[in-house]
Design a protein around this ligand. Sequence first.
Ligand code: GDP
Ligand code: IMO
Ligand code: MG
Length: 429
Amino acid sequence: MPAVVVIGAQWGDEGKGKATDVLGSRVDYVVKFNGGNNAGHTVVVDGEKYALHLLPSGILTPGCTPIIANGVVIDLGVLFEEIDALEARGVDTSALLVSSAAHVIAPYHRTIDNVTERFLGKRKIGTTGRGIGPTYADKISRVGIRVADLFDETLLREKIEGALDQKNHLLVKVYNRRAITVDEVVEELLGYAERIKPMVTDTAHVLNEALDRGETLVFEGGQATMLDIDHGTYPFVTSSSATAGGACTGSGIGPTRIDRVVGVAKAYITRVGEGPMPTELFDGEGERLRTIGGEFGTTTGRPRRCGWYDAVIARYASRVNGLTDLVLTKLDVLTGLEKIPVCVAYDIEGVRCQDMPVDQHAFGAAVPVYEEFEGWDEDISGARSFEDLPKVAQRYVRSLEEISGCRISTIGVGPGREALIVRHDLLSN
Ligand code: GDP
Ligand code: IMO
Ligand code: MG
């Protein structure tokens, strides 16, 4: 029985939620190990659409234990709103477990996220404004608040006093905002303590014991490789480890326990927020992908920037994550195109590069070198086996497999749970 890590191989919104959800009832635990409510995972079950932010996709599978592990940053208000909304729709959320070591997003983190972006002006990152960056910054600076602190009012107050000491100077003197009082923050956070208490535990211990019993664990990444704090397009990234290594540090299991690392990639590519994107399309073709693919953010509603599949990024993702499999989603969105361009290399100031450049300047200057593949007209949304696909679509998938350096185990042909082609089972060795 494997431990499987599912991560984004591009800039997010690849369909990780759906990829996790379809593993279904054979999974005992689904673990969110990084990020927070900057994520937005849409899962469609029997025509019903669920948008998950903080809750792992396993919440929709009866019998599966969803876990919010230590690497996540939690906005408690959002957590309970999301739980209440799901409960109102008849989803049982009572199995949810939350790590006592996860960090808490406080109101001042959200404020600082937004004022910093405004201050940066045209150098802004285009964050989701959820307080993610400032919360991780406090974690690394050792002035963060952890879930366990909610149960010790004296300690909580002390920590918030310490954090606000510096932050109020910043808010008042640099950003011209009002100071935040210790009392208002303590009161807000304590207001959630009783309700969260029964869910809180040492999740690393729970997960290691589950592995010892041979149970099946899926680690569901938020964000993606190109948004990873170390391996992404810094500084236009999120503030957590969204690559496969983050599954270990973010949950407390060792690397030797992971059997599979699955990257999720669209048959094209999208990005939300600022930063370079070599294959971005500014013309009608980009608009077509956005409209047919429904490329609008699940979290902020922002239109996603769209472009052709970038095999340089795919090879890079394969390498830094040690991918064993790729899940290729949204193949159906390409139906009707006469030719499908794929970026196979970059031209950087006259030099052809097969590999991801390491510096920001070179990546910003990268011009895609395209190879064109033949398109197809047939509706493929009903295809359930590889052979059901038109020959040219099969060729497109095989070519992506070859130039991406990783086998494509599953292919998405529509948003629904059932709309996929399984070539290799992700849960068997
Ligand atoms: P995530 O953040 O990686 O979980 O992805 P999002 O949920 O933000 O965005 C992916 C979108 O594509 C969602 O609206 C999904 O319902 C949808 N989707 C996933 N797989 C497919 C697919 O194979 N075909 C189509 N047409 N839509 C898909
Ligand atoms: P899922 O899990 C796409 C982007 C933001 C911004 C940058 C930093 O749904 O794939 P942050 O608020 O994290 O500090 O913003 O990262 N971003 C995402 N883009 N999908 C996501 O999540 C994202 N989470 C953050 O747009 O560019
Ligand atoms: Mg998303």
